[in-house]
Design a protein around this ligand. Structure first.
Ligand SMILES: [Zn+2]
Length: 189
């Protein structure tokens, strides 16, 4: 089965769960007594709309438990292997680039959330790993320029001083643009 990015067929999006059946069939087995008949007693939106948390009650033993439903988001690695998107993994990669910098864990978590929002906004259930990398670059640049350069040098495989120089020039022009609105910096190439 081919898995190319162009292999899109409407109604057959990978990673999606078919929900056309009668929802009453979707009862969850009780984790305590293994009875098949449990009912939803409460359902609420969690994680800023990205998940639905349901409180369930077992008809047999009366015990309660929770389930979480969220859209499956997969990352396709360069070698074609697919793995679930992980904010923790984004944080690990960025944390490495932030070594020795004063970047708080909270800021990393926030960045990972931003990255997830960006890749989810593409509306696709499968994201190429390089798009995850791209989604990291912008918020990381705003967070810490040194960490950004480290990350970009690996991610974009810089192999010369010129590559760094170009990136640094970009950073300089971006920060001077945001500092003052200059009409003179219009480039004519
Ligand atoms: Zn039970």
């Amino acid at each position: 089965m081919s898995q190319g990015p162009a292999d899109y067929r409407p109604g057959m999006r990978p990673g999606c769960i078919r929900v056309s059946r009668d929802l009453r069939e979707d009862t969850m087995r009780c984790p305590f007594c293994k009875n098949d008949d449990t009912k939803v007693i409460d359902s609420r939106v969690a994680d800023e709309g990205q998940a639905i948390r349901r409180r369930r009650s077992c008809v047999e033993c009366g015990r309660r438990f929770s389930t979480v439903e969220s859209a499956v988001l997969s990352v396709v690695k360069r070698n074609g292997v697919t793995e679930p998107f992980s904010r923790e993994k984004v944080m690990r990669g960025v944390r490495r680039a932030c070594q020795g910098r004063h970047v708080a864990e909270d800021a990393l978590a926030q960045l990972a959330q931003q990255v997830e929002d960006t890749v989810r906004a593409s509306g696709s259930a499968e994201i190429p790993s390089n798009e995850v990398g791209l989604a990291i670059l912008k918020p990381l640049r705003d967070l810490d320029e040194v960490a950004y350069l480290r990350f970009a040098s690996v991610y974009r495989s810089f192999d010369s001083v010129e590559d760094f120089q170009r990136e640094i020039d970009d950073l300089r022009s971006a920060s001077s643009e945001s500092g003052k609105a200059s009409a003179e910096s219009v480039k004519s190439s």
